[in-house]
Write a protein that binds this ligand. Structure first.
Ligand code: FAD
Length: 483
């Protein structure tokens, strides 16, 4: 061992296991200085009139940092916590603890890379190096069969080549012990109030109370793909309701409480004993999509944040789009399934992939609102917000990013009925429509005033009128065949 000290700057990698930065630092140095900065940049108001981080995610981050500190303490170390600009704090701590290098995981979206560029420049003035690691993806960039600039813009081609020519690396070995210099001022985790937010209210209809941290992430991973639970989530159908409708690992993945490699290895283990099935294959495929968006961000840079995307032409926009956007956010569009999704997102910070897709499609294609406003709203609200995944998916939905099916027209009502044939999800989030039977609950705007009065509902009084002209066909009388 060299006798040197390395500062480990934790960002969206709030874990001890399979954390290459931590493992490398522990192997290379006599002692390490683990640091996490609450950067006010992430708690500000944006030009979209949204919060950069909403209170559900902020709470999740606080819980994750608390858990990380505890894990490091259990290994003999600690976590220094500061609130402020990392470009000031990291160099200050580097000087205070006389470190010889700073390690961190590289991000891909421009705001995040801008922050590390500033930290790098400030360290450089002290003749210190910021060493970048790649720890957020399933496949390391170096192991791809093509340089980033040549990554195919079609996912199918990317997938085929990566699955054929690349290998997922082993998980990093977790440190057994951590040595830090004497830390006298470890610092406190700011309260949500200090971050300018309020404590979120936990709605009992939430699919799950997401608790931040590696400990909870590993529990959830074991719960859906662990040894004792083989019959559970990996075989359940992909619906919209219930705690096991999806594995929901995105929440822990986004803050790096768990790594994609850990999920991949656990799924492999599961398949060894239980055999593969549609869901195990789907998880690995989705992890690849996640990688893909991150690599695409490296390739196309901040074009993903512009409404023209990298296709160069923005979708059409309605003249009254500001008003339509507010109704969409408030869940007052008059389309019950969309409104239910928007209520769920607001009340819990989460909704299924299907919900996100339908809500996003409706905003872009039916309401004709600038999609970047929707993406910024999701950025505020989603617990699992991750720049490349969120903005990449939104750009796809808007047809200005990676999406081979970009010009298809989406029948929102058809999709909604498929996702929620009995209207249970709508009933959960929009109880004012409970009395409407069968599939008609999806299209109250097709019912006459007299028909609605039987259920004691009047549009515009008990539930909003549709905010656009309906472009869907009326339900067949027998409710059987539609659209
Ligand atoms: C408009 C829109 C916005 C989205 N914003 C986000 C976001 O901010 N953060 C986020 O993590 N996911 C986002 N997603 C993708 C997706 O909704 C979630 O990752 C998914 O709900 C996770 O479900 P799961 O964890 O049960 O994972 P699974 O479906 O089992 O997938 C395994 C993992 O793969 C990744 N993944 C799954 N679907 C996708 C996808 N479509 N694109 C890229 N990666 C994927 C996730 O990390 C996920 O945990 C968005 C999707 C849409 C349509």
């Amino acid at each position: 061992m060299s006798g040197k000290t390395i500062l480990v700057w934790f960002r969206n990698d709030l874990r001890v296991q399979d954390n290459e930065v931590l493992t490398e630092a522990v192997n290379k140095a006599e002692s390490i200085v683990p640091v996490y900065c609450f950067d006010p940049f992430y708690y500000r108001h944006t030009s979209f009139n949204t919060q950069k981080t909403g209170n559900f995610r902020a709470r999740f981050i606080n819980e994750s940092v608390t858990d990380l500190r505890l894990s490091l303490q259990n290994l003999g170390g600690n976590l220094i916590i500061r609130t402020g600009d990392p470009a000031v704090i990291i160099p200050e701590l580097a000087q205070q603890y006389q470190v010889s290098e700073v390690y961190h995981h590289r991000e891909v979206a421009f705001e995040e890379t801008d922050i590390s560029t500033k930290v790098e420049a400030a360290l450089w003035k002290l003749k210190l190096n910021l060493k970048h690691f790649i720890g957020h993806t399933l496949y390391n960039k170096e192991d791809l069969p093509f340089p980033i600039k040549d990554i195919p813009d079609a996912f199918a081609t990317f997938r085929k080549k990566v699955e054929r020519d690349s290998e997922v690396r082993r998980c990093a070995i977790s440190p057994a012990k951590i040595t830090t210099p004497e830390i006298t001022d470890a610092g406190e985790i700011p309260t949500l109030e200090e971050l300018g937010l309020t404590e979120p209210f936990d709605d009992e209809r939430a699919v799950i109370r997401f608790i931040g941290g590696e400990t909870e992430g590993l529990k959830r991973l074991n719960n859906f793909a662990g040894d004792g639970n083989q019959d559970k989530t990996l075989k359940t159908a992909n619906s919209t309701l219930g705690a096991d409708f999806a594995n929901t690992m995105s929440v822990w993945l986004s803050m790096g409480c768990i790594s994609p490699r850990q999920i991949y290895r656990q799924v492999q283990q599961y398949e060894k004993t239980q055999g593969g099935n549609a869901l195990t294959h789907a998880i690995v495929l989705e992890l690849l999509w996640r990688d893909y968006y991150r690599f695409m961000f490296k390739k196309h840079g901040d074009q993903f944040f512009q409404k023209e995307g990298f296709k160069g032409e923005a979708p059409p926009e309605a003249a009254n789009q500001d008003e339509l956007l507010e109704k969409w956010k408030a869940g007052q569009t008059g389309v019950p399934f969309v409104d239910a999704i928007m209520h769920e997102i607001k009340a819990t910070g989460y909704t299924s992939i299907r919900g996100r897709y339908i809500a996003a499609s409706f905003l872009v294609r039916d309401l004709k609102v600038n999609w970047t406003c929707g993406a910024a709203y999701f950025e505020e609200k989603l617990i699992d917000y991750s720049p490349a995944t969120n903005w990449g998916n939104w750009a796809s939905v808007a047809g200005v990013g990676n999406d081979p099916k970009e010009n298809r027209s989406v029948n929102i009502i058809k999709q909604a009925v498929e996702a929620d044939p009995k209207g249970q999800y709508i009933k959960l989030w929009m109880p004012e429509l409970n009395a409407i039977p069968g599939k008609q609950i999806h299209t109250p705007f097709f019912l006459t005033e007299a028909e609605l009065s039987v259920f004691n509902i009047k549009l515009g009084r008990d539930y909003p009128k549709l905010i656009i002209e309906p472009k869907w066909q009326k339900l067949a009388d027998n409710n059987a065949s539609i659209f």
